[in-house]
Ligand binder design. Structure first.
Ligand code: NDP
Length: 275
């Protein structure tokens, strides 16, 4: 038995991860001793690394790229977001084995609520249909937006996701070169990885309402193209650091039974450390 909550995040690459810092802040906030390590791990190594964590007294783990799908096979039980996204980012150990969760989408919704961004009845435009979008669609659709338009460079990925989630609400998948129809959207969620190359997708002015809010899943330098573009159009833009802290807070709650405050954590997390 250990007095600390012993946890780890596995991924490859992993040295850039902010998770150890975030979970250490959660521990301080809630008065809990937390030992949270970032461990480099390939898909093949994952079962062995998890066994090592358990032997060392570990009871929970986060999985990041490229392990979110591999983690599914190791869980005896999955929550609904993990089943729908076909990916897990959080594992929690009980007597029977690992339970798997996907807190990415619920973490985004928590952050949108923190920012006062309404989802019910809203017209949402999402650009990008990769793993992150697969994780956020179900929690967004649960909030009953008027519709989600999903645009992606590879049109097929957008149409496949729209088909997979169509039973949960109004969602249309199109290629990035398509013209979204109907009134302008109230919320843009930028979910491509283009920001890491210093770019962003082309978004026509008439796709968005003049008062639209903009949420970029990217943060740090990768958010800068969207921040500059939104500023030039007088739109309010938010980066994805709150989603990162939100998904971590929900994972921490699964492990400890206590939910840390996202706002208090963001205030403590020095922006300079984000890269
Ligand atoms: P994926 O690699 O699964 O998907 C990448 C997406 O970006 C695809 O839709 C891809 O389109 C699109 N894309 C890539 N290059 C281009 C390009 N040149 N032109 C147009 N579209 C392009 O990544 P994820 O979905 O996992 O992550 C997306 C972003 O969100 C990343 O930048 C990631 O860092 C960030 N993220 C942030 C999180 C947070 O907590 N804030 C959590 C998860 C992710 P195509 O399908 O055509 O290849």
């Amino acid at each position: 038995m250990t007095d600390s909550l012993r946890l780890a995040v596995f991924g490859d690459p992993i040295s850039h991860s902010l998770s150890p810092r975030i979970h250490s802040l959660f521990g301080q906030q809630l008065g809990l001793a937390v030992d949270y390590q970032a461990i480099r791990c390939t898909v093949q190594e994952l079962p062995q690394r998890l066994e090592e964590l358990v032997r060392a007294g570990g009871t929970g783990a986060n999985l990041t790229l490229p392990l979110k799908q591999a983690g599914l096979r190791l869980c005896r039980q999955l929550d609904l977001p993990a089943r729908l996204a076909r990916a897990v980012n959080t594992l929690s150990l009980d007597e029977q084995g690992w339970r798997g969760f996907n807190t990415d989408g619920p973490g985004l919704v928590l952050d949108l609520e923190r920012l006062g961004i309404r989802l019910g009845g809203t017209r949402i435009l999402i650009i990008g249909a990769g793993g992150a979008t697969a994780g956020i669609l179900a929690p967004l659709l649960e909030r009953r937006p008027a519709c989600i338009t999903l645009l992606n460079r590879t049109a097929e990925r957008a149409t496949l996701l729209a088909e997979r989630y169509g039973h949960l609400g109004q969602i249309l998948g199109l290629g990035l070169d398509a013209e979204p129809q109907g009134p302008p959207h109230d919320l843009l969620i930028q979910a491509t990885s283009l920001g890491h190359a210093g770019a962003m997708p082309v978004i026509a002015d008439d796709w968005l309402d003049q008062e639209a809010r903009v949420y970029d899943l990217n943060y740090g330098p990768a958010h800068e193209p969207v921040a500059r573009w939104a500023e030039s159009r007088g739109l309010a833009a938010h980066d994805g650091i709150g989603m990162l802290v939100g998904q971590a807070a929900l994972a921490f709650e699964i492990w400890s039974g206590q939910r840390p405050s996202i706002s208090a954590t963001l205030a403590e997390l020095p922006r300079l450390a984000i890269s």
